[in-house]
Design a protein around this ligand. Structure first.
Ligand SMILES: NC(=O)c1ccc[n+]([C@@H]2O[C@H](COP(=O)([O-])OP(=O)(O)OC[C@H]3O[C@@H](n4cnc5c(N)ncnc54)[C@H](OP(=O)(O)O)[C@@H]3O)[C@@H](O)[C@H]2O)c1
Length: 326
């Protein structure tokens, strides 16, 4: 099969589409002919040698895919060759074949393209577990979603709205209208405005209940100030660096919780539970079109390098998808 292989140097990786060994699949897995995969920030870090895959995962980039089942392991029930599926992966999406534990498969609705299917798993699962499992977001609460126009952000806005929460976001000026169209009530141009002041104004000085934050260090102090009593800060990334300071007096006084969370490092059983719980609660909304995977643009898989550069330049609203085959 063909796959993207990382060549070049650590600082300047080159993503090359070339022949590699076929994928082997286990007794509890299916083999999928990949039709589409998608770019995630983690792929950019992995290509630069900064985010090694967890033990047992494929060395090939790619945390999700959509495609057609071509073979089924002997212990697998309920799936057969020809089924159209999408799934979160431990790795290995930037390839013509992927081995997927059967418990992680989601069935593609007939009317869905593979491009739509691959735009769901990584960012919708990330938004789901961090808003609801880690953040404990409840109906009627207010959530601040940083990088609101990112893949994760566009999913999080929709999930939070579907759960009956009030949504505030930060994003670049040119992306604010997209966030509003998805359901954000307050959209803050974080480059022009102080988000702490904007959050305070929008919440009459109360602050928000939950913050979903991929920025990290540089936002820590302002996030803590933006939370109301019993607020929860869920950190999912370090776009703004790893070091930060905060007033620990506010942490105690407001009885806040700060959580760090990654999807990729969770054990397989947990990923299967996420797949099942997400599918049960939100797949009907996605099927009905009430929730939509947001796709910025597609690239052919052989242009993965250009796709990575596009994402690194913060140009996208929603997902950047790599098309692997018809
Ligand atoms: N912990 C997990 O399990 C997990 C899983 C998936 C993703 N993530 C993280 O979640 C984040 C979003 O991922 P994604 O794939 O959805 O990203 P994405 O679509 O590539 O979007 C990221 C956006 O973040 C904004 N941004 C970049 N640098 C920033 C900075 N220093 N300060 C503020 N905003 C900044 C940019 O939008 P603007 O133009 O609006 O600034 C950029 O387009 C990433 O940090 C990723 O690593 C974490």
């Amino acid at each position: 099969m063909k796959a993207i292989v990382v060549e070049g140097t650590k600082g300047e990786p080159e993503l090359v589409w070339r022949e590699v060994a076929d994928v082997a699949y286990g007794p509890d897995e299916v083999l999928v002919a990949v039709r589409a995969t998608a770019v995630n920030r983690a792929d950019l870090s992995q290509a630069r040698g900064n985010y090694p895959p967890p033990p047992g995962a494929s060395e090939i980039l790619g945390l999700e895919m959509a495609g057609v089942v071509t073979a089924v392991g002997p212990n697998v029930r309920g799936w057969q060759p020809g089924d159209r599926v999408c799934a979160l992966l431990l790795g290995g999406g930037y390839a013509e074949q992927a081995a997927v534990p059967a418990g992680m498969l989601m069935r593609l609705p007939d009317e869905w393209t593979f491009v739509m299917g691959t735009a769901v798993p990584e960012v919708w699962f990330t938004a789901f577990i961090n808003l609801f499992w880690e953040g404990g977001l409840q109906e009627g609460e207010a959530v601040l979603i940083h990088a609101g126009a990112s893949g994760v952000g566009t999913a999080a806005i929709q999930l939070a709205r579907a759960a009956g929460a009030r949504v505030l976001v930060t994003a670049s000026a040119e992306k604010l209208a997209s966030c509003r169209a998805l359901g954000a009530e307050v959209a803050i141009d974080y480059k022009a405005e102080d988000f702490v002041t904007a959050v305070s104004t929008a919440t009459h000085g109360e602050g928000v209940d939950v913050i979903l934050d991929p920025v990290g260090g540089s936002y820590l102090e302002r996030n803590v100030r933006s939370l109301r009593r019993f607020g929860r800060l869920v950190n999912i990334g370090t776009l703004g660096g790893v070091q930060g300071e905060m007033n620990t007096g506010l942490l105690l006084g407001k009885r806040l919780k700060i959580v760090g969370s990654t999807l990729r490092t969770r054990p397989l059983a947990e990923k299967i539970a996420i797949t099942q719980q997400f599918t049960e609660r939100f797949w009907p909304g996605l099927r009905a079109g009430a929730l939509r995977p947001i796709i910025d643009r597609t690239f052919a898989i052989a242009q993965a390098q250009q796709a990575h550069e596009y994402v690194a330049q913060n140009k996208n609203v929603g997902k950047v998808v790599l098309v692997v085959g018809e």
